[in-house]
Design a protein around this ligand. Structure first.
Ligand code: SAM
Length: 275
């Protein structure tokens, strides 16, 4: 077993002997909330597919554009499920930077992500973090912290960025998303970013499959999905233009955002509204 550092942010009951998605992701973003096992796994992923680092940043940029779009549509309430460890450029910073009245609830099933968020949000009356699981809609939707900040009679944006691929097909993500949809007022939104191997071939496909195997071996299986499967998950919401596209193609700020091969990001993004 590798030597483990137990930093101040890690509560004693947390198992640090295994990597966690939130901390691996934090490391890839250049954050400091990770341990040796997380860094080791992140390095294995980057060795298998160097573009993994670019992908996490593409997703961050997508998040920024999505929040700006939603605030522009008058959204002031955000439920960010699978929010991860809040590093620089998180939803509350982005949204409240555009409209200080924005309310943000972060939800994650990793206790570290929530423990790390709490001190960061202590002085922010309009943002909080909750330990809950997307697969338990009632737990999320009825959490006292959620009810204290979010008014479900008004439009809400539910964000599920780079989270749904941890939810197995057996848990029926479309049915689960339907539970959230039913709780939302008309004019609400859902945003999704999700890995997909559609269109990948040759070396790119082999690299992506290698990533899947490494993650399954060390943490849990990943579920890349086709465009068709993703549209099924958000059934009942109407995608806003440009629809479900590879991340760099979703309302890019500039040609530089798009790059030369946007489809090789292997991650789809979509924002859709409840009619
Ligand atoms: C790759 S990170 C993405 C973080 C952030 N959404 C972003 O896009 O920058 C995935 C996060 O989803 C969380 N997660 C995975 N499955 C979850 C579930 N069933 N319920 C809540 N959170 C989950 C993980 O703990 C992790 O923090």
């Amino acid at each position: 077993m590798p030597m483990l550092d137990r930093p101040g942010w890690a509560p004693k009951q947390i198992d640090l002997s295994r990597p966690s998605a939130a901390r691996v992701y934090d490391y890839l973003l250049g954050g400091g909330c990770n341990t040796a096992v997380d860094r080791e796994l992140a390095k294995r992923l980057v060795d298998a597919m160097p573009q993994v680092r670019d992908t996490v940043w593409l997703n961050r940029k997508f998040l920024r554009r999505v929040v700006a779009f939603l605030v522009g549509q008058g959204i002031t309430q955000f439920l960010d499920i699978g929010s991860g460890i809040p590093s620089v450029g998180n939803v509350h910073q982005l949204a409240q930077g555009l409209d200080p009245e924005c309310r943000v609830v972060y939800v994650d099933n990793d206790p570290i992500a929530v423990a790390y968020a709490e001190p960061l949000l202590r002085d922010n009356k309009l943002a909080t973090a909750v330990l809950a699981d997307f697969r338990s809609p009632a737990q999320v939707l009825h959490a006292p912290e959620v009810r204290a900040l979010i008014d479900f009679d008004r439009p809400v944006a539910v964000l599920t960025l780079m989270m749904m691929h941890f939810v197995p097909d057996a848990a029926d993500p479309a049915r689960l998303m339907g539970r959230y949809r039913d709780a939302l007022a008309p004019g609400s939104y859902v945003a999704l970013s999700h890995p997909s191997f559609t269109g990948a071939e040759g070396e790119l496909l082999a690299d992506a499959q290698a990533i899947g195997a490494i993650v399954e071996d060390t943490m849990e299986p990943l579920y890349p999905r086709t465009a068709h499967e993703l549209l099924r998950i958000i059934a009942g919401f109407d995608p806003v233009p440009p629809g479900l596209v590879h991340l760099p193609l979703w309302r890019p700020d500039s040609a530089a955002d798009v790059g030369r091969h946007p489809e090789s990001s292997l991650v789809y993004g979509v924002v859709a509204t409840k009619p």
